[in-house]
Design a protein. Structure first.
Length: 168
């Protein structure tokens, strides 16, 4: 009987040690800092095709499009991000950011895309839009009030990219 009790006690201690080790690994992984985000490059494609061939592609910060033209704003990472990322789009008006409910897609490779007919995806069919795309880990994605501060003093955990779109 004493020997049986000794075996049960050893098994219990073994289970306790394994459980504590698993709990320790869980807390270390949960509280470990996320891998840094890679740099992103923003491109804006849009415009009218005047000839057969590809649409006008501008790598600068401004694109002018007609309301019925397709526009695409894409942020491509320099390398595939480790872990999940999310994106949120904003429109700046007078230094104030407002969430833009644009159709955002994030691919498995970390490419963030907003695409559609210009007159449909923007809040009005015509306008002059200052666009900000914020990319971060899902829990760190900024909200309206905080994104403006990130433009002047960027932080490594959140990438903010800007462009200017004029829809006529």
């Amino acid at each position: 009987m004493a020997q049986e009790f000794s075996v049960i006690r050893r098994i219990a201690w073994g289970i306790a040690v394994v459980a504590l080790a698993a709990l320790g690994v869980y807390f270390v992984q949960k509280n470990a800092p996320a891998a840094p985000l890679p740099e992103f490059e923003l491109s804006v494609t849009g415009g009218q095709q005047s000839t057969l061939g590809a649409p006008v592609q501008l790598r600068s910060d401004t694109v002018r499009v007609r309301g019925d033209a397709r526009v695409q704003i894409a942020a491509r990472p320099a390398s595939k991000p480790d872990g999940a990322i999310a994106a949120r789009a904003f429109l700046l008006e007078g230094g104030v950011a407002k969430t833009w409910n644009a159709p955002i897609e994030v691919s498995d490779e970390g490419v963030v895309r907003i695409a559609g007919e210009a007159g449909t995806i923007f809040p009005q069919p015509t306008g002059d839009w200052e666009v900000v795309v914020a990319i971060a880990r899902p829990a760190l994605l900024p909200i309206d009030a905080t994104v403006v501060g990130l433009l002047g003093a960027p932080v490594p955990a959140v990438k903010t990219l800007r462009c200017h779109v004029v829809v006529k």
